[in-house]
Design a protein around this ligand. Structure first.
Ligand code: CTP
Length: 227
C-alpha cells in the first residue's frame, strides 16, 4: 500500500494527523460475465469528504466502488467492486482509524449465483434470485470491534430525523448524515445536497450547498465527536 502519511503542510499541524477511512461510490454485483446490478451513486459526496479531510491535514484512505472521479491528491485509494470486497477491505484497514465515514451506496442485494457464461435470452420471464450483502456499517461495532468515531449516511423519504436516529442507535453510529431523497435536484447524481446531521441529542439541518462545502462541515462535525 502506498504511504498516505504525507507532511502536514495544509493545516500547519493545527488539527491534522487523524486517520480517516471513507467509503464511497456504488458497488457492482455481477450477474454474468457482462452484466451487473448497481445504483446511481456517482461517488461525489465520498470523494469530497476524502478531499476535505485531506485538506485539513489528515491521513485518508478512500475505499471506493467504480466511479469516473479523480482521486483527491494525497489520499490513499483502494478500488473495489462488490459489497463483499468493500466489507473485507474496510475490516482489514480499520486498525488505528480515528474517524470512519461510510458514504458508499452499497448494494443491499446480490445475485445468489453468478452465471459462468453470458445468460442467453429466451421466451418469457427471467427470475433473478437475490441474497443480502454484508452490512458494513452494521458490522463496524459488533463484528469489527471498531471504537473510533462512526458516521453513516441515510437516505429517507419520510420521518427523516426519527428514522435516522433509529439507525444511529441500531448500528452504533455517532452521527448519521441524512438526506431526504424525495426532494428533486439533490443527492444521487447531483452536485448539490441538503442534509441533516443527526447525533444522539441533536439534529442540525445544513443549507442546500455543494457536496464540497457540505463535506467540510461533515468532517468538522465528525472531528468534534472525538473523545
Ligand atoms: N451501508 C453499508 N453496507 C451495506 C449497506 C449500507 O455500510 N451493505 C451503509 C451505507 O454506506 C450508509 C448506510 O449504511 O452509510 C445506509 O444504511 P442503510 O440501512 O442501507 O440505509 P438506507 O438505504 O438509507 O436504508 P433502509 O434501511 O431504509 O434500506
Amino acid at each position: 500500500m502506498e504511504n498516505y502519511a504525507l507532511p502536514n503542510e495544509v493545516s500547519g499541524g493545527r488539527m491534522g494527523g487523524m486517520k480517516f477511512l471513507i467509503t464511497a461510490g456504488p458497488t457492482r454485483e455481477a450477474l454474468d460475465p457482462v452484466r451487473y446490478l448497481t445504483n446511481r451513486s456517482t461517488g461525489r459526496m465520498g470523494y469530497a469528504l476524502a478531499g476535505a479531510a485531506r485538506h485539513e491535514g489528515h491521513d485518508v484512505v478512500l475505499i471506493s466502488g467504480p466511479t469516473t472521479l479523480d482521486v483527491p491528491e494525497g489520499v490513499d485509494f483502494i478500488q473495489v467492486e462488490t459489497a463483499q470486497q468493500m466489507y473485507d477491505t474496510v475490516r482489514d484497514l480499520l486498525r488505528g482509524v480515528d474517524v470512519a465515514i461510510l458514504c458508499a451506496a452499497v448494494a443491499d442485494y446480490r445475485p445468489v449465483s453468478v452465471a459462468e457464461h453470458k445468460i442467453k435470452k429466451s421466451e418469457g420471464r427471467l427470475v433473478l434470485e437475490l441474497e443480502r450483502t454484508p452490512d458494513i456499517l452494521g458490522s463496524m461495532r459488533s463484528e469489527f470491534g471498531y471504537k473510533g468515531v462512526l458516521v453513516g449516511f441515510a437516505a429517507e423519504t419520510q420521518d427523516l430525523v426519527a428514522h435516522a436516529r433509529e439507525k444511529l442507535l441500531r448500528k452504533g453510529c455517532d452521527m448519521i448524515v441524512a438526506n431526504d431523497v424525495s426532494r428533486p435536484g439533490i443527492g444521487f447524481g447531483s452536485r448539490e445536497n441538503e442534509v441533516t446531521l443527526i447525533t444522539a441529542d441533536r439534529a442540525e439541518s445544513l443549507p442546500r450547498e455543494t457536496k464540497e462545502w457540505l463535506a467540510m462541515r461533515i468532517v468538522e462535525h465528525a472531528l468534534s465527536l472525538l473523545p
